[in-house]
Design a protein around this ligand. Structure first.
Ligand SMILES: CC(=O)N[C@H]1[C@@H](OP(=O)(O)OP(=O)(O)OC[C@H]2O[C@@H](n3ccc(=O)[nH]c3=O)[C@H](O)[C@@H]2O)O[C@H](CO)[C@@H](O)[C@@H]1O
Length: 389
């Protein structure tokens, strides 16, 4: 009889937004499932920022959480802006955070550390290296985020979501880097349209019409909200709409919705945030109107959804526009770049709503870019570098 192996010890860091938090959580769950099959446990410590999404998600998921300090690393072409008081203060917080993380890592003794980006990954990743703990850095976007640019050099192995990221890595990281894809929560892949109808009470939806899901990412997008509100009566004549709007102008949007003609109102469902219902709404959707953050893109391509993207123009290095353009070139989405007007949105959505074969073909091309096995590939990387117990 083989002796029982001790639990693998994992420190995970990354967060701020959903785009960094959910891939980390998905990787943790996949690692736990893989090792459970071998009757081995995983002890997890999540090190993040007190104000990030991870500070809520990790404890809610039953994962131990410890906050450390970190600072926003700002890009600027103007050297004077780089030494602004806010920047200097934030820069000083990074070594303080690294000091805190180092003492946590020493005490916890991880076999491997996973960093999925966001500002907090910098101090924790640097601390991992100074404690000589194997460090895996995962990048969700095609272009490297700022935190991961710093960490790629310190990483034992870099995992990326797209082949096109490989040439952008520092030379030292390139030869051992692995393309895993961006982990998508398994629940997202198993939604059911009928459950969305029941959970959200969408009984006024017309089953003979396609359904559009509008989303601005976890925080919502005022730009997308305003565009959609401006085309709403036109849109509701052609489709049912689930609109996830975030907190910023939710009250205003509810007031506008209350003024819709009665026959259209039943086809419109507005909500600030979608929790457990999200997979079912995605299953119901025929077309998605969305920001092009890496998390949303990974989900929509893994599922194969026709999409109209309105990228966040100010995303680091214009990364969202890059993501959207990449899929548009492959015929897998429509990307609305630059200044977007309600007419642009109508022109992008109209043909997809009227022409079912057209949106089915776009969905099929989107699926070619999906990597539903990304979490498993990332687990392979973690296990390949983890210290043996
Ligand atoms: C503003 C900003 O900095 N955006 C960045 C952030 O994206 P951000 O986190 O804003 O957006 P993503 O698209 O990456 O992820 C959003 C996640 O939230 C989920 N969701 C959304 C709405 C909702 O109601 N419920 C819900 O669960 C989505 O399904 C998805 O899993 O990190 C991404 C990954 O590094 C980057 O590509 C983005 O540029």
């Amino acid at each position: 009889m083989g002796s029982e192996q001790r639990a693998l010890r994992l420190v995970v860091t990354g967060g701020g937004t959903g785009g960094h938090t959910y891939p980390a959580l998905t990787a943790v769950r996949a690692l736990q499932a893989r090792l459970a099959a071998e009757r081995r446990g995983v002890d997890v410590l999540w090190v993040g920022t007190a104000k990030g999404l991870e500070a809520r998600i990790a404890p809610a998921e039953g994962i131990s959480f410890e906050p450390v300090a970190t600072g926003k690393v700002r890009r600027s072409k103007n050297p004077l802006k780089l030494i602004s008081p806010a920047n200097v203060r934030d820069m000083l917080r990074v070594p303080w955070g690294a000091f805190q993380a180092r003492s946590l890592i020493r005490r916890f003794g991880p076999d491997v550390v996973l960093a999925t980006g966001g500002y907090v990954a910098v101090p924790v990743g640097l601390a991992a290296r100074s404690c000589r703990a194997p460090l895996v850095v995962h990048e969700q976007t095609v272009r490297l985020g700022l935190a991961n640019k710093v960490l790629a050099r310190a990483a034992t192995r870099v995992a990326v979501s797209s082949e096109s990221t490989l040439p952008l890595l520092p030379e030292s990281a390139r030869s051992t880097a692995v393309v895993t894809g961006n982990p998508v929560r398994p629940a997202v892949l198993t939604g059911r349209p009928d459950k969305a109808v029941a959970a959200l009470g969408l009984y006024g939806f017309d089953p003979s019409l396609p359904t559009v899901y509008v989303t601005g990412g976890a925080q919502g997008s005022v730009q997308i909200n305003t565009l959609v509100a401006d085309v709403l009566p036109w849109l509701l004549e052609r489709a049912n709409v689930v609109h996830q709007c975030g907190p910023a102008n939710e009250a205003d949007l509810h007031a506008r919705a209350a003024r819709l003609p009665a026959d259209l109102m039943g086809r419109y469902f507005l909500t600030g945030f979608l929790g457990p219902e999200l997979p079912d709404v995605l299953a119901l959707a025929d077309v998605v109107v969305s920001r092009s953050g890496a998390g949303t893109l990974a989900e929509l391509t893994a599922l194969g959804k026709a999409a109209v993207f309105v990228p966040l123009a100010s995303s680091a290095g214009n990364e969202q526009a890059h993501n959207a353009a990449h899929l548009e070139q492959a015929g897998a989405a429509v990307a609305l770049l630059g200044t977007v007007t309600p007419d642009h949105l109508r022109a992008a959505l109209g043909p997809l709503l009227e022409d079912e074969p057209r949106r089915t073909a776009m969905a099929a091309r989107a699926r070619e870019h999906g990597r539903p096995d990304a979490a498993e590939r990332l687990v392979d990387v973690l296990l390949s570098v983890a210290r043996r117990g």
